[in-house]
Design a protein around this ligand. Structure first.
Ligand code: KIV
Ligand code: ZN
Length: 515
């Protein structure tokens, strides 16, 4: 059995299925480049049939990524598979991942198909995908609740049809680690052609067991793990990449394999994904939480000073905690700015884009002495949507408060190029600013979440604001960053409004009305 653990990252596909986490094409490309730099083996870039935007995003990732396999998801239908194949055409190495549910509840209630039909359709889908690429993955969806004997039949048939990766999803996060480990061992020991495929797992975190289940599967022979940065994903999320990779790397005395990941890219990737999606990382999150290497108690601090290993099982620098370098300042030129952003995976398509980002950088450098990588990432994310697509743009704003008086805000926005102004009072300056914006936009949306984080430390740090809006069931997150948190809040609200206007109605992969 191989001693290589393949890391399949699905942040851009399953991660994006988290309500409000949808990403633009350029954002996906930024994340994909960082995943490639991290040496992730397979990047699942999206679900091309979902919408034109999803198709374009997968294609754009396939065009720029050279060292990782770029994968596209497809239901077991001809049109899904053909569209996935088209999207990954530019890739150096492309994979089609097709799936069909095999659990009794999914077959009866969702697909309304007999097991025989499911088996036939799965084989047909794999054969079709093989016409486009020799790298085909098949997932029996809801495998964790499927009958093992039926799973064996389906898997044997799809391997014969040409699937070379078999992914076992615990779609609803129902399994216990020992049970899931046993299932993997059972499949690998009982399917006659099991040696012709790599066994993979894809675990959801509904009971908080996604990482434990994935690791149990690895101990029982799985050699690909599907995971996401920060554990992002449908409902409670997927297994988190950083936890899987560091568990396996740290406990080489236990695991019979290891990934080839450059773990120093983990924290930058975590911050980038959090920054782009607006999903904050909880401070006590393993590996990437702000407190993951912080020692509060005096006894622990004393131990760590005497010998780090007394309380630390990993080195902070090995997962990239030192990567947030102070890079630029007030006197840095355009070239230094461009070069550092290129190192962070951000390239400007036109001089106009570079100039506008550089002028935002100069404004920031006037207010903030030291500019860190995280500041640069926020600066680029803030520009956010594909250039020129913004319906609303902030021109200027003013907010004031005085003890005993009602706070007020005035705002000036362009709406499709036409400047409009409004003022309002409110419970605080942020509330007043949002009310003023709504007087102009009348978006009819509901504010679901408002959160502020500091990007770096110190009172001159930029505040990074996330605003989550919902309209007619569609949820978007907007981000804004500024050293002034009221301005950051207004930018985030405007960013969310723009995303709401631009968000497309997309097909969901697990909705099968078209099969
Ligand atoms: O959770 C799941 O079953 C999936 C499949 C598409 C692999 O995301
Ligand atoms: Zn999933």
């Amino acid at each position: 059995m191989s001693d290589r653990l393949i890391i399949f990252d699905t942040t851009l596909r399953d991660g994006e299925q988290s309500p409000g986490a949808s990403m633009t094409r350029d954002e996906k490309v930024r994340i994909a480049k960082l995943l490639e730099r991290m040496r992730v083996d397979v990047i699942e870039a999206g679900f091309p049939i979902a919408s034109k935007g999803d198709f374009e995003s997968v294609k754009a990732v396939a065009e720029v990524v050279k060292d990782s396999i770029v994968c596209a998801l497809a239901r077991a239908t001809d049109k899904d598979i053909d569209r996935a194949a088209e999207a990954i055409k530019p890739a150096n190495a492309g994979r089609i991942h097709t799936f069909l549910a095999t659990s009794p509840i999914h077959m009866q209630e969702k697909l309304r198909m007999q097991p025989g039909q499911v088996l036939e359709l799965a084989v047909k889908a794999v054969k079709r995908a093989r016409q486009y690429t020799d790298n085909v993955e098949f997932s029996p969806e809801d495998a964790g609740r499927s009958e093992p004997e039926f799973l064996c039949q389906v898997i044997e048939a799809v391997i014969d049809a040409g699937a070379n990766t078999i992914n076992i999803p615990d779609t609803v996060g129902y399994n216990m680690p020992h049970q899931f480990g046993d299932l993997i061992a059972h499949l690998m020991n009982n399917i006659p052609n099991a040696d012709k495929a790599i066994f993979s797992v894809h675990c959801h975190n509904d009971l908080g067991l996604a990482v434990a289940n994935s690791l149990a599967a690895v101990m029982n022979g799985a050699r690909q793990v599907e995971c996401t940065i920060n554990g992002l994903g449908e409902r409670a999320g997927n297994a988190s990449l950083e936890e899987i990779v560091m568990a396996v790397r740290t406990r080489q005395d236990v695991f019979p394999c290891d990934s080839k990941l450059d773990t120093t890219q983990i924290v930058p990737a975590s911050k980038l994904v959090s920054n782009i999606t607006g999903f904050p990382v909880q401070p006590n999150k393993a590996v990437v939480g702000a407190n993951a290497f912080a020692h509060e108690s005096g006894i622990h601090q004393d131990g760590v000073i005497k010998k780090r290993e007394t309380y630390e099982i990993m080195r902070a620098e090995d997962v990239g905690w030192s990567a947030n370098r102070m890079v630029l300042g007030k006197h840095s030129g355009r070239n230094a700015f461009k070069t550092r952003l290129a190192e962070l995976g951000v390239e400007f398509k036109t001089d106009a884009e570079l100039n506008s980002a550089f002028s935002r950088f100069k404004d920031l450098a006037d207010k903030k002495h030291e500019i860190f990588d995280d500041d640069l990432q926020a600066l680029v994310t803030e520009a956010g949507l594909e250039h020129g697509n913004e319906i609303y743009q902030l021109v200027a704003m003013q907010a004031k408060s005085k003890t005993g008086d009602k706070p007020e805000a005035s705002i000036s926005l362009t709406v499709e190029g036409t400047e409009k102004q409004a003022s309002s009072d409110g419970g605080g300056q942020v509330d007043a600013a949002f009310r003023a914006i709504e007087k102009i936009a009348a978006s009819n949306s509901k504010l679901l979440l408002y959160s502020v984080n500091n990007i770096t430390t110190g009172t001159d740090s930029q505040g990074e604001v996330t605003v989550r809006l919902e309209r007619k069931g569609r949820i978007v997150n907007g981000q804004g960053a500024d050293t002034d948190i009221v301005i950051a809040s207004a930018k985030a609200y405007i960013n969310a409004l723009n995303r709401l206007e631009l968000s497309e109605r997309r097909a969901h992969p697990q909705k099968t009305d078209t099969i």
